[in-house]
Ligand binder design. Sequence first.
Ligand code: TXA
Ligand code: MG
Length: 358
Amino acid sequence: IFNYIKKYLILGRNMKYYFNWSKNINQDELNIAIDVLKNNGLILVPTETVYGIAANACSDEACMKIFKAKSRAQDNPLIIHVSDKEMINFAAEKPTDVEQKLIDAFMPGPFTLILKKKNVICDVASCNMETIGVRMPSNKIIHELIKQSNIPIAAPSANISGKPSGTKISDIKQELSDKMDVIIDGGECKIGIESTVVKVNDDGIPEILRPGYITENDIKNVIGNVKLSDKLFKKVSKNEKVESPGMKYRHYAPSTECVLVKFDDEQVKKVNQIISNNKDVCVLGFEEDFDKININKEKFINMGSKNNLEEISHNLFSSLRKIDTMNVRLAIIEGVKKENLGLSIMNRLVRAASNNVM
Ligand code: TXA
Ligand code: MG
C-alpha cells in the first residue's frame, strides 16, 4: 500500500521534480528518483560526458518514452549504463579476452563497448538488435542511481534528435523539461563530448564506431591494434547498412547554417571576406585567433584555447547551442587537427556543419 501511495504521489498526478545535486547527492531525493525509475519514468541525469535521458533498460514501456521525448529514429539503439562488472554480466553475454581487457582498462569511464545482449534488456532499448552498447559511467550521480536502484539504465544524450547534446541544464531545460519526471542538476559535465563507442570485430581488432574522450592511441596502448570506422567523416544515407545506426543521422546541428574552416592564413583571408560581404555572420573560434578575424566581440563565440583540447571538448556543445541565439544567417566554425581528442571534436563539428567544410 505504501508503494502504491508513493506511486500515485509521484506519477499519478504527473508531479515533476527538480533536484540540485551540483554539490551533494541528497539521499531522500535519490529515493524519489529511484521510485520514478522503477515506475518507468524519465530522469534527466548528468554523466561525466553529457547529460542523459535515463529510463529502466529492462522496460519496453520506459524506453519507448525516451524515443518519444527525443523524437529519435526507431532503429537507433540506446546505450545501457551499468554500475559495475556484475551488472555487465547481467545485461550482456560473456566478453571475449580482448573485450575484457577494454573493460578493465576503460571502465568506469567515457567508454561504450558493444557486446552480445541478454534478454533482460528490453527490445525497445536495443531496437531488436542482438547487441547492446554497455557503458559504466564514472559520474557519481548516475552511478548511485544505477547502483541503489539495481537497474541498468538506458540513456541517450539529452537533446532532441539532431540537436547538439546537452552538457548543462540551462542549455536543455526549455527543450526537454516538460517531458521529464525528474530533472537532476549536477552542474556542467566534465568531459563534454559523448563516450567512445567501440566494437571488437571477429578478428579481435577493436573498431571505433564513434570517437570520444578515449582515443585511438589510448586503445592502441592496451590492445596493440585499433581501427577507425571509415564512416566517421562520411555522409551516410538513411538506407545504408552501418555498424552503428547513430552514424546515419543528422547530428549536433544548430538550425543556423554552418561552415567549418581551418584558420590558416589563406582561409582567414576568405573568412574575413565573407564577414565583410555579409553582416549576418558569427564566428565560433579559439581565443588566440580572435584578433585575426574582423568580427565584433558580440559575434564571436569563444570555444577556449586551441592548445587545450579538453577545454574545447568541455565547451563544445554549449558553444554550438549559442549559435542559434545569435540571430545570424551563417556561423563560421573554426576547426582543429584531427589528432587524438581533436579527431573526436572534429567528428562533432563536421556533423554540426552538415559536412559543409571549406
Ligand atoms: O556518453 C555517452 O555515451 C552518452 C551519455 C548519456 O552516456 N550517451 C550517448 O547516447 O551518447 P546516444 O544515444 O546519444 O548515442 C548512442 C550511440 C549511437 O550512435 C548508437 O547508434 C550507438 O551508440 N549504439 C548503441 N547501441 C549500439 C549497438 N548495439 N551497436 C552499434 N552501435 C550502437
Ligand atoms: Mg546523441
